[in-house]
Design a protein around this ligand. Structure first.
Ligand SMILES: [Zn+2]
Length: 166
């Protein structure tokens, strides 16, 4: 068993998988290709899995599962706004948590900060948004200073009962 330490979510758990946090990388796509190749996968497989970001946005981070080596690899881009960094890192950590089928741990933590939500039917990207929000709140941040293009992915509007701007 491996100890997985999700540092932004401040959640530690045991798993047969291990977590490798490659940290901030210059380019998500080329880093992901490197991870595929070192996992013994081909670039064809990479392109089959790769979901290119929309033209007006860039990939903030990525979570790759290497079934062969039972490893989860996460990496992310550096943002100008430090709150964005926390959000993106927690987002990718939450994808790892989803893969490990341990999202109940996040629900527990959200309950501790007064956000009683049922995560059992949430789609993955929504869950990752809750993870990002939790990591910010945990650090005494409201989430309101996250860059506008990222804020859409974070359920702060639900939490503060605010009207979401267009
Ligand atoms: Zn995501």
């Amino acid at each position: 068993m491996n100890t997985i330490n999700l540092s932004m979510l401040e959640i530690t758990l045991q798993s047969e998988f291990s977590l490798r946090d490659d940290g901030f990388v210059d380019d998500i796509e080329s880093h992901a290709k490197k991870v595929y190749l070192e996992s013994g996968k081909s670039l064809e497989e990479f392109y089959k899995d790769w979901d290119p970001p929309a033209e007006d946005e860039s990939e903030g981070g990525l979570c790759i599962v290497d079934d062969e080596r039972k490893a989860i690899i996460i990496c992310y881009k550096r943002h100008a706004n430090p709150e964005d960094d926390i959000a993106v890192r927690a987002h990718e950590e939450t994808h790892a948590l989803i893969f490990l089928d341990r999202i109940a741990l996040l629900q527990e933590r959200l309950g501790e900060i007064g956000l009683g939500v049922d995560l059992s039917k949430c789609p993955a990207e929504r869950l990752a948004g809750y993870g990002a929000f939790y990591a910010l709140k945990r650090r005494g941040l409201s989430g309101m200073s996250v860059s506008p293009n990222m804020r859409n992915d974070i359920p702060i509007w639900d939490f503060y009962n605010l009207q979401k701007p267009d």
